[in-house]
Design a binder for this molecule. Sequence first.
Ligand SMILES: Nc1nc2c(ncn2[C@@H]2O[C@H](COP(=O)(O)OP(=O)(O)OP(=O)(O)O)[C@@H](O)[C@H]2O)c(=O)[nH]1
Ligand SMILES: [Mg+2]
Length: 192
Amino acid sequence: MPAIFLKSATSVQELPESELPQVAFVGRSNVGKSSLLNHLTGQKGLARESATPGRTQHLNVFEVNKRYHLVDLPGYGFAHGSKTHREGLSQIIRDYMENAPNLRLVFVIIDGRHGPTALDRGMITFLQAERVPFALIVNKMDKVSTAEAHGRERAMRTDFPTVPIILHSNVTGLGRGEMLALIENTVKTHKV
Ligand SMILES: Nc1nc2c(ncn2[C@@H]2O[C@H](COP(=O)(O)OP(=O)(O)OP(=O)(O)O)[C@@H](O)[C@H]2O)c(=O)[nH]1
Ligand SMILES: [Mg+2]
């Protein structure tokens, strides 16, 4: 799956001019958005991964197979940064969700060890209000015991009965195929 880095944009206006559909990754700082993007494309080091939360502060756009764009969004809930980085759903994220014309799917990445936080729930409410299609990705499942994983999954399916929920780990490979299938389905039905 050949993927290339296209652009690091500081606003929706700066996004590359293209008709291709976009799939975006959003979630708390350090939840594994960039690692997930690398796992899906099979290209380690494509998006910058970091042990230091809050590294990605731009809309980082990657093009896959000349067919769709993956957009790595800034993390929210960054605990150690300046005040503007801590505000939760930052303006750039809202602006992107409201105004990106080719946005077709958002992956909301949740930490499988804790389940959805208040900020994650805020994001979900926002996406529902904006009518942006999304799926919940429960990440870092390799860090969670099987019993805990089942409990987490059951609770989330009860909370969000109509939303696709995918358990994922870039260590075990869990969920990669399911995420790629969802992207394929979305891209296939995209009309320009
Ligand atoms: N065990 C485990 N660690 C993971 C997984 N995914 C990501 N990580 C680790 O989590 C840390 C953060 O990963 P990133 O991909 O940089 O997180 P991010 O969400 O892009 O972070 P920001 O760009 O700061 O918002 C890194 O140390 C990764 O190695 C996973 O599935 N399992
Ligand atoms: Mg990142």
